[in-house]
Design a protein around this ligand. Structure first.
Ligand SMILES: C[S@@+](CC[C@H](N)C(=O)[O-])C[C@H]1O[C@@H](n2cnc3c(N)ncnc32)[C@H](O)[C@@H]1O
Length: 573
């Protein structure tokens, strides 16, 4: 059957299954602009108008899948699995049923061939090298996905679902296709009891702004918050990491501790037609709203006849759009960020300490920096006093740098602490030599208490007084320069120019677009956009003060302690 007939059958099927479908839009073939199918307005649409509505029964998930008819235990088994495992099994079964699936017209418009995918899972090693040094390379997660595959076909499907046919049907290739489909097409649909009453404007607006700035309930967007329950198929922690990346051997500890579907407040689901909307971070004009009994796609803005109806898949930079959805936005996503990795930060400070203090050998400077990180990690003060947006601590594998000079607050505090330690010890090398002497065996009490004090004072300076020291700003800029140097020269020196358009088969070009935008974010910090400006009042987010003021305060205790020690010595005499 042709592309067009599949679209026609799908439209008919939608009309039969949905409670309302506006005639002001049509599903169009947008392959000429590399966008597959998409929704185009055929009449002017007003903001607030419903585009289509479907009852919760018309959503595809563990409550509605055909596999529930296989035997009485399937429902309980599905609820005991993780969201990903459960939806993969449900979709695999529909695909296995094929002609006999009630979803056939829907399945026929979904990408069910490996060739349909351009997401990073499908890039070979050589192509992935084009993306170096982007942080996205650490988030592809092929190994943990394949580990899940083994569990499904060797155990869960034959032993718990009790379907040898399905286990046989689900080859590794099909598994990757279904997982990629879920990654780019699924919705996390909250249970009815989680949403407000239908007439009060439901979840959309209210929850769309999450504290961490990510969007929820948008297409293909999982609950990716740090300590959330999401397991990471093709996926790793985003935002602040708590070190739960995939192990070298490909195992993903977090996946093993995953909550079962029964304990979640949502079902990972496929929502036909809602998933035909393409996405654009700047042109988004429609949103899927969850109500108690139905889901409604609502126009968020006036949409003119001939315009495309766009959703937004999340506040994602191009690197993530490419990883999960296989395309990039030109000239950029509205939500670009670059990342700076912790090893870069550690190396920078180790070098700095070593160069400044000739008595330190490389082992000592490494231990010193490790000790500072350890004390930050275990700091009770930070544990009790960090604001909610930093509630899992300030240490992370990487820190995000945005395109407006904004950096994550954890990064600011970390650099303020270490820079202040470095600055302080310079003022009294003799004292520093003494307190760092036996660091490799055990950090001295004086060093530990000095680091603790710096942590406390730095936090107060930044959080309460909104101040940063000059050296901290300089250090941040130095670190960003080092990060920029890790990118290919043709991207950083202005040789590369963004194209007007690109071809999906040109992976090098797509990678370049990602790298270019990351470098722009990094450059925004150096090019005087840092410290960033508050959007509300147009004032700088932080005032920058001379180091001396802060260091005096920091070293006061040291002076007092020394004075009291010499006093007690004198008294003993
Ligand atoms: C949820 S589907 C949207 C419907 C899809 N176009 C189709 O034909 O089924 C997501 C996929 O659509 C494509 N897509 C969405 N927005 C796009 C955009 N702005 N540019 C290019 N492709 C886009 C990508 O292939 C993405 O993985």
């Amino acid at each position: 059957m042709s592309f067009e007939s599949h679209t026609e059958n799908f439209k008919e099927w939608i009309n039969e299954n949905f409670s309302f479908v506006s005639d002001k839009f049509e599903i169009k073939d947008l392959r000429n602009i590399n966008q597959g199918r998409g929704l185009i307005a055929v009449e002017d649409i007003k903001a607030g108008e419903s585009l289509f509505e479907l009852s919760r029964d018309a959503i595809f998930n563990v409550e509605t899948a055909s596999i529930l008819n296989l035997n009485d235990n399937v429902h309980d088994v599905l609820l005991s699995l993780t969201q990903w495992q459960a939806l993969i099994i449900c979709l695999a079964y529909e695909w296995y049923l094929n002609e006999n699936s009630k979803l056939l017209p829907y399945l026929n418009v979904l990408p069910l061939k490996s060739d349909d995918y351009n997401t990073l899972m499908y890039w070979n090693d050589e192509e992935l090298q084009y993306l170096k040094p982007s942080g996205v390379l650490s988030r592809i997660g092929r190994n943990s996905a394949e580990e899940m595959y083994s569990i499904l076909v060797a155990d869960i499907i034959p032993n718990q679902i009790k379907s040898n046919e399905l286990a046989e049907f689900l080859t590794l290739e099909k598994f990757h296709i279904i997982a990629s489909l879920i990654l780019s097409y699924s919705f996390d649909v909250e249970h009815p009891e989680e949403v407000e009453n239908d007439d009060e404007d439901v979840e959309g607006e209210e929850e769309i702004e999450r504290e961490d700035g990510e969007e929820e309930h948008v297409e293909g967007e999982e609950h990716e918050n740090e300590e959330e329950d999401e397991e990471h198929i093709y996926e790793h922690e985003e935002g602040n990491s708590d070190g739960e990346d995939e192990d070298e051997d490909g195992s993903d500890d977090e996946a093993e501790q995953e909550d079962p579907v029964s304990q979640d407040s949502y079902f990972k689901s496929m929502v036909p037609l809602a998933d035909t909307l393409n996405s654009d971070t700047t042109k988004c004009n429609a949103k899927l709203k969850y109500e108690k009994t139905k889901l409604v796609m609502v126009a968020e803005k006036d949409i003119k006849k001939g315009e495309q109806i766009f959703n937004i898949y999340g506040e994602l930079p191009n690197s993530e759009i490419l990883r999960k959805y296989g395309y990039v936005e030109l000239p950029s996503s509205k939500y670009e960020f670059a990342e700076i990795q912790t090893p870069t930060i550690k190396e920078y400070f180790q070098d700095l300490f070593e160069k400044q203090f000739k008595f330190l050998d490389p082992n000592q400077s490494n231990t010193l920096v490790d000790t500072i990180f350890e004390l930050i990690e275990t700091s009770e003060y930070l544990d009790e006093n960090l604001s909610d947006d930093m509630d899992i601590g300030i240490l992370s594998e990487k820190y995000e740098i945005y395109n407006d000079g904004e950096v994550v607050p954890e990064f600011l505090l970390l650099i303020l602490i270490i820079t202040s330690i470095y600055q302080s010890v310079q003022s009294d090398e003799k004292w520093f030599k003494k307190i760092v002497k036996s660091i490799e065996r055990k950090p001295s009490t004086e060093l530990v208490s000095f680091i603790h004090r710096t942590i406390l004072k730095s936090h107060q300076l930044l959080e309460e007084k909104l101040l940063l020291t000059k050296s901290t700003v300089e250090t941040i800029k130095e670190l960003i320069k080092i990060r920029i140097h890790q990118y290919p020269t043709y991207i950083t020196d202005g040789t590369y120019k963004l194209p007007e358009s690109y071809n999906l088969s040109d992976k090098k070009e797509m990678a370049n677009i990602v790298l270019f935008n990351e470098v722009q974010c990094l450059k925004s910090v150096i090019d005087d956009k840092f410290p960033p400006i508050n959007k509300e009042d147009g004032l700088p987010r932080f005032k920058v003060i001379d180091d001396d003021k802060f260091l005096k305060n920091l070293l006061k205790r040291k002076v007092e302690e020394t004075a009291s020690k010499s006093k007690s010595k004198r008294q003993k005499k």
